[in-house]
Design a protein around this ligand. Structure first.
Ligand code: AMP
Ligand code: MG
Length: 522
């Protein structure tokens, strides 16, 4: 029996296709995608499947265990009446225009209509495409586990994101030089099937603008509005402006969520910016352990730190500027685009402050809240202080108790004695201010705690946790992977049996590859 999904294919029906059917690496012009069939894997095996995503696609839990399912999500077979394809896009990488990039190892299988929702289903690591450039079209187990676990963890944290359906081993080995330091080694190959309403990126639009191909750009923008922003009305210059405003708002919401949970994307190139404001392309991302505005997990970016935690929302603005440049080709008037970008600049500060207020359990607004937040951010960086534990435990503080702050948040300090010896006064001062601020709040301690615990997660995918799942999986043991998958479905719940994951990063993980150091190698 074949796997039964309700395939509809808007993207390939409505957009121009690459006429060349040859799967060879090349520049693809005046086309949004190329047909390409996934590589048949040598000996595929299922590692994990998400029941929830199966159901979202109209499949049953049992379907996930069928060989027909493995055939599809490993690329061995193609769904009936579908034609897989890779998308053409470009991008600004680390501030420079990189030309054509495209789905170099992602292959879209189809779009599925279920429950009035349309989901694009895509395999990552399923072989070469015309966009593979100098690479092999494959993905390794470690990066696939990181994408699989993190995209679902982000979803349950309430962060807009692409989703993951399954992870499989391909049965082949893939050669990678993890730290780009001349030590290539073979690793297990894997394929993640991921799901999103669309995988369109800023770079999909930029590529046509960069080539002066206004016709294809217009076709793609009209398609995007009709299918993903239809509430903006029929495509027109006004709708294009409104579209840009919507993308701006969604991107801002996304990055504010990142800041809230301490997520650092690591490679915010414009080809990694979803047009729907979803977190996309989980590469060398990381989670703040010690709160540090300058931290980036990506060692490839360790000198410049372009994509560090504290500047993510500025980078979003820079990326939006690149998208605006592309859309200017159609809008032909920079003023409304500039106004939107100016608006972002102002609104993001307000949104950031509101988000921090929510983390502090402040319901109302007071004049000096920005100062209170600023002072807190300074204090958090005086000595290494665990972001997740700090905010979670802060909810236990009683209004009258601010003098006793140390016992409440002690667990967040990596070196508590250093706090007492060196920076106690700064913290005491901050807590005096916070205590005063809390005294004018109407909510009770209990109400505040409950509100704070809805925005300050107890469990996040700490960098070392993903690495533990990877190390075990590499030995064929998927228990940690499953444990984390289940744990992170309820990141705001107490989960008393899982307290070992509510802990500071262990010392062994401080300088370990995969835990604190990641590269783009995947
Ligand atoms: P990323 O840094 O993962 O966002 O990738 C940037 C570009 O490189 C995209 O066009 C990817 O499809 C492509 N790419 C990354 N890894 C590979 C690979 N192993 N094989 C082919 N293309 C790749
Ligand atoms: Mg990418």
């Amino acid at each position: 029996m074949k796997l039964n999904v309700n395939s509809i294919d808007r993207f390939i029906k409505e957009l121009p296709v690459d006429k060349d059917l040859d799967n060879s690496r090349r520049q693809v012009e005046e086309a949004c995608f190329s047909y390409v069939t996934p590589k048949v894997p040598r000996d595929p095996s299922l590692i994990h499947v998400s029941t929830e995503m199966l159901e979202n696609l109209g499949l049953k839990e049992e379907d996930g265990q069928r060989s027909e399912f493995l055939d599809i999500v490993s690329g061995k077979e193609v769904l009936p009446d579908t034609k897989p394809y890779a998308m053409c896009y470009g991008g600004h990488q680390f501030g420079n225009w990189a030309g054509q990039l495209g789905d170099g190892r992602a292959i879209n299988l189809t779009e599925v209509l279920h429950d009035n929702k349309i989901w694009a289903l895509q395999l990552k690591g399923a072989g070469e495409t015309p966009y593979s450039r100098t690479a092999d079209g494959l993905a390794v187990l470690r990066s696939s586990i990181r994408e699989y676990l993190c995209s679902e963890a982000m979803y349950y944290l309430g962060v807009p994101t692409t989703r993951a359906l399954s992870i499989v081993l391909s049965g082949s080995k893939v050669l990678r030089d993890v730290m780009y330091n001349g030590n290539p080694a073979y690793e297990k190959g894997a394929i993640v099937s991921r799901v999103a309403p669309s995988f369109l990126r800023f770079g999909n639009y930029e590529i046509f603008a960069s080539r002066g191909d206004k016709v294809t750009l217009k076709t793609l923008v009209d398609y995007t509005i009709n299918n993903h922003f239809s509430y903006l009305g029929k495509p027109s210059k006004k709708a294009y402006i409104d579209f840009f405003k919507e993308v701006t708002t969604k991107s801002m919401e996304m990055v504010i969520h990142w800041q809230r949970v301490g997520f650092v994307h690591g490679v915010m190139n414009t080809d990694n910016m979803s047009i729907l404001g979803l977190t996309i392309d989980y590469g060398p991302y990381g989670w703040l352990e010690g709160y540090d505005h300058d931290w980036t997990p990506n060692t490839t970016d360790s000198r410049q730190k372009r994509y560090r935690y504290g500047t993510q929302y500025q980078v979003v603005l820079w990326n939006l500027l690149q998208l605006a440049r592309a859309l200017l080709t159609l809008i032909e008037d920079a003023a409304p685009l500039e106004a939107i970008l100016d608006g972002y600049h102002k609104e993001v500060k307000v949104a950031q402050l509101d988000m921090m207020r929510s983390k502090l359990g402040l319901d109302g607004k007071a004049d000096n809240d920005d100062k209170l937040v600023e002072e807190l951010e300074k204090a958090l960086q005086l000595t290494e202080t665990d972001m997740t534990i700090f905010f979670r435990n802060l909810a236990d503080l009683k209004k009258e108790q601010s003098v006793d702050w140390f016992t409440v948040i002690e667990a967040a300090f990596y070196k508590p004695e250093e706090v007492l010896n060196k920076v106690k006064e700064s913290w005491t001062n901050w807590f005096i201010d916070y205590g005063k601020r809390l005294s004018i709040e109407v909510s009770t301690d209990e109400e505040r705690k409950s509100a704070m615990n809805k925005v300050n997660p107890k469990y996040v995918l700490r960098n070392y946790m993903a690495q533990l799942a990877i190390d075990a999986a590499d030995e064929g043991d998927y228990k940690v992977l499953d444990e984390l998958f289940v744990l992170l479905k309820n990141p705001y719940d107490e989960q008393p049996d899982a307290l070992k994951w509510f802990a500071k990063r262990p010392e062994w993980a401080r300088h370990k590859v995969g835990c604190s150091m990641l590269s783009c190698s995947s």
